[in-house]
Design a binder for this molecule. Structure first.
Ligand code: ADP
Ligand code: MG
Ligand code: MG
Length: 202
């Protein structure tokens, strides 16, 4: 993966989030305060407007770091710092490389998931976006960067949040009542991986 592919991915992701922002906010009405789509849309539109300033020869790590900074300052809410941390950790794992080989991406995903867990004081199984990131990171470690398999894992991680009692974030207030709802952050994370897999398969 190189900087041009990263830009393609982020462009596609911003479009998918724009198309689904109402759905994401609606899911957040059930478990939170109903703003997840607005938050993510604001953040990824800001990312989109930065992309023309990124040159093909810029390192992937530099772009990933820029995305982190933008998401932290623009998304807000609980999800902004968590997505920001994920991109910061991926940036750190990719430093000094012009193209990212599979081994680097496996490490980047693992460190992103660990960063989210630390930052959110969260664990897998607590009904958050971490359920998608950790499922994908584990799958990548076990079977390598098979993009079809990783998209399926992201979907599994997202769907699994439906049956979970939410333990972190606003949804935790609902206790058992949170069961039966897919977590909005898990859905936006699924879109992130779905568009990444699309870009890499193209
Ligand atoms: P807010 O809850 O502040 O309005 P958002 O609606 O943008 O922020 O994001 C909510 C999402 O953030 C949740 O669906 C969940 O996936 C994620 N989230 C919230 N708190 C945590 C946490 N402590 N650890 C992991 N993920 C979290
Ligand atoms: Mg919210
Ligand atoms: Mg909010």
């Amino acid at each position: 993966m190189n900087t041009t592919q990263l830009k393609q991915w982020l462009t596609e992701l911003a479009a998918v989030i724009a198309d689904n922002r109402d759905e994401l906010s609606k899911l957040d009405q059930a478990l939170g305060d109903g703003d997840h789509g607005i938050n993510m849309h604001r953040g990824f539109q800001a990312v989109l407007s930065e992309l023309p300033n990124i040159k093909e020869e810029d390192e992937p790590a530099a772009l990933l770091q820029k995305v982190a900074t933008i998401l932290i300052s623009k998304v807000g809410g609980a999800s902004g710092p968590l997505y920001g941390t994920a991109f910061l950790r991926m940036s750190a794992a990719c430093k000094g490389k012009q193209t990212l080989d599979d081994e680097t991406m496996v490490v980047a995903l693992k460190q992103a998931a660990e960063g989210i867990a630390q930052r959110g004081k969260a664990a897998p199984g607590e009904g958050t976006l971490l359920d998608v990131w950790s499922t994908v990171a584990n799958e990548a470690k076990e079977t390598g960067m098979d993009w079809n398999q990783l998209e399926a894992s992201a979907r599994e991680g997202m769907e699994a949040t439906k049956d979970m009692v939410v333990k972190r974030g606003r949804g935790a207030i609902l206790g058992e009542q949170s069961v039966g709802h897919i977590d909005p952050g898990a859905v936006s994370s699924y879109y992130l991986f779905k568009t990444l897999c699309n870009t890499m398969k193209a």
